[in-house]
Design a protein around this ligand. Structure first.
Ligand SMILES: Cc1cc2nc3c(=O)[nH]c(=O)nc-3n(C[C@H](O)[C@H](O)[C@H](O)COP(=O)(O)OP(=O)(O)OC[C@H]3O[C@@H](n4cnc5c(N)ncnc54)[C@H](O)[C@@H]3O)c2cc1C
Length: 387
């Protein structure tokens, strides 16, 4: 049997859910297929990330135009959304700190890029001013980026899912898309349910938002799809800011200057191992919690489910956070690991219609700042790719 439907979305991470929310404002008969048993349950990136609402100054608009644009827009859209729905979100700001001459030159570069990308309110400040904001941070000078924030990703994902479901989207969890073909110029896909039985579906449109599997889905319909996945796991640790005086962090995101690391997949740009505050709830209000995340430290992996390769030792995290000198290896305990959907040799998001079937839209390489960018990506897909 094969069922005709209007829209099939593959993947129930933050991208699939936001696209579902956006499209369900004007379309009906939308089905979202998620292989995990539930939304926010499983090893997807949307449930395992640092929870930073990035400001958008890390991305050069010449080499990474989509990241530069959607990160900026998404940052603002998330703030509005979280305030409207009383979600765990705090605009804590960010310090990008420099300890050496060359890092100070990097700060100049990112300051100029912030202006170019239109990131509001960024200031170049001295080490003394940085210590007034975070007394335990060591810096020769820093950038202060007020629009950076933190959110609790699974709460936000759940809210987007609830709204999309209320607007009529059918969420088929525990259901994996196992084949995607093109027949008579139309997409046709096979799905496998929890009990291993299968069905064929004929959707009018397909949105491929399958995260680390999105390139594999693209290859099902285009053997020569031009991009390859570069799987990189990000590991993070945590410490408690109330434990010792030298570990106290008021609650700002603290980052080094970004670095490019060599990997078997070629050079990869990274924001570096950073400190990110977490949430607590006091009398119904969201406040800065005791735990502080340190990471992610990147490890290239070969499989999307490689959580077995050991994470780096705590000493490695300490070496990468010299801007917070009170932190010792013994203060750290494991936090989480998540595998990112990076692309080999392609630094931007890839959001495009399939080359031979315009009714299939691939959202590929949505690595960081993908969570921040999600609402803006969804608007773009609905307005520009979905016709
Ligand atoms: C360690 C780490 C830290 C990060 N930190 C940040 C941050 O601070 N800020 C930020 O903005 N971004 C951050 N990111 C990036 C962000 O998490 C991702 O860009 C974003 O979550 C991607 O969402 P997605 O929906 O594309 O992918 P995912 O969340 O991975 O969802 C894809 C879904 O597709 C499903 N799927 C795959 N194949 C199939 C199939 N065949 N059939 C059915 N379902 C399928 C998967 O089960 C999965 O649920 C971080 C990522 C990591 C890993």
């Amino acid at each position: 049997m094969s069922e005709k439907i209007n829209i099939a979305i593959i993947g129930g991470g933050i991208i699939g859910c936001w696209v579902a929310l956006e499209l369900s404002k004007r379309e009906s008969d939308i089905f979202l297929f998620e292989k995990n048993p539930g939304i926010t349950q499983g090893e997807n990136q949307s449930s395992r990330n640092s929870g930073v609402n990035h400001a958008g100054l890390n991305y050069d608009s010449r080499t990474r135009p989509l990241k530069a644009r959607f990160c900026m827009e998404g940052n603002r859209l998330w703030e509005e959304f979280c305030v409207t729905h009383s979600l765990p979100f705090l605009k804590v700001g960010k310090l990008m700190v420099a300890l050496t001459d060359s890092e100070e030159r990097e700060l100049d570069l990112y300051y100029n890029r912030a202006i170019e990308n239109g990131v509001p309110g960024v200031q170049r400040i001295s080490g003394g001013q940085a210590r007034e904001i975070e007394p335990n941070v060591k810096a020769r000078s820093a950038l202060l980026i007020p629009s950076s924030g933190i959110f609790e990703p699974t709460s936000l994902l759940r809210q987007v899912y609830f709204i999309a479901a209320n607007q009529g989207v059918q969420f088929m969890t525990g259901t994996e898309v196992v084949r995607l073909n093109i027949e008579y110029n139309r997409p046709k896909m096979q799905i496998r349910y929890r009990d291993s039985s299968t069905d064929w579906i004929i959707p009018r449109k397909v949105i491929n938002a399958a995260g680390v599997n999105a390139v594999d889905i693209a290859h099902m319909v285009d053997r020569d799809f031009p991009l390859k996945t570069a799987l990189i796991r990000g590991d993070s640790m945590k410490f408690y800011r109330g434990g010792k005086q030298e570990l106290y962090l008021r609650g700002t995101n603290v980052y080094p200057t970004p670095i490019t690391v060599k990997t078997p997949f070629g050079p990869q740009h990274t924001v570096g191992v950073h400190l990110t505050p977490t949430f607590d709830c006091e009398n119904g209000n969201f406040v800065i919690g005791d735990a502080v995340m340190v990471g992610p430290k990147l490890t290239p992996v070969n499989r999307v489910d490689d959580f077995q390769t050991p994470m780096p030792e705590p000493e490695v995290f300490v070496q990468h956070t010299k801007f917070f000198p009170g932190l010792k290896a013994a203060d750290l305990s494991p936090n989480f690991s998540g595998v990112q959907a990076r692309l080999d040799g392609y630094p931007d998001f890839y959001l495009a219609r399939d080359r031979s079937c315009f009714d299939i839209i691939h959202l590929v390489g949505v690595d960081s700042p993908g969570f921040t960018s999600a609402p803006a990506i969804a608007r773009y897909v609905a307005a520009n790719l979905f016709m």
